[in-house]
Design a binder for this molecule. Structure first.
Ligand code: FEO
Length: 162
């Protein structure tokens, strides 16, 4: 594997674990706001991010590449309101899409067809993740951030299993 592609994939392992950490911070915020459904939704999301990190980790090892495990940066665990927390997640998903695209660009440039095939899964996953995070923001914007308004949405958020 080309050095640049391997380095970008290695960095992405860290970014996916950072995403898990970020979502755990958001989950913690909602738990403290007595919104267990929201807390559960973001906890499920945090688990998914760990799976994303492990997919890349396994791929690197399968390709006989080395894996670096850098320090995971601290995350925000408090927000102004439910909307700010949901917007943080939405903004982050757009950032991650950009990072996945950069790896794809490097793989295309290197004619690394195997990595392109591997990354296709992440390209469609990002489409879904962006749609989900945007939907949460839109629903909170519609209902407003008062706790009584978020109560019904909290029940719906809590139904997410995976
Ligand atoms: Fe692994 Fe939410 O991107």
């Amino acid at each position: 594997m080309n050095k640049k592609v391997a380095e970008l994939l290695n960095a992405q392992v860290n970014k996916e674990f950072f995403s898990a950490y970020l979502y755990l911070g958001i989950s913690k915020y909602y738990a403290k706001q007595d919104l267990p459904g929201f807390a559960s939704w973001y906890k499920v999301q945090a688990e998914e991010e760990q799976e994303h990190a492990m997919k890349i980790y396994d791929y690197l090892l399968d390709q006989d590449e080395d894996v670096t495990l850098d320090k995971i940066a601290a995350v925000k665990v408090d927000f102004k309101d439910a909307l700010e927390a949901a917007k943080e997640a939405d903004k982050h998903e757009h950032y991650i899409t950009g990072e996945i695209n950069k790896i794809m660009d490097a793989a295309v440039e290197d004619k690394d067809y195997r990595t392109q095939l591997f990354l296709n899964w992440f390209i469609s996953e990002q489409d879904e993740e962006e749609r989900n995070s945007k939907e949460v923001v839109a629903k909170i914007e519609l209902l407003g951030t008062e706790k009584k308004n978020l109560y019904l949405l909290d029940k719906e958020m809590g139904s997410r299993k995976g």
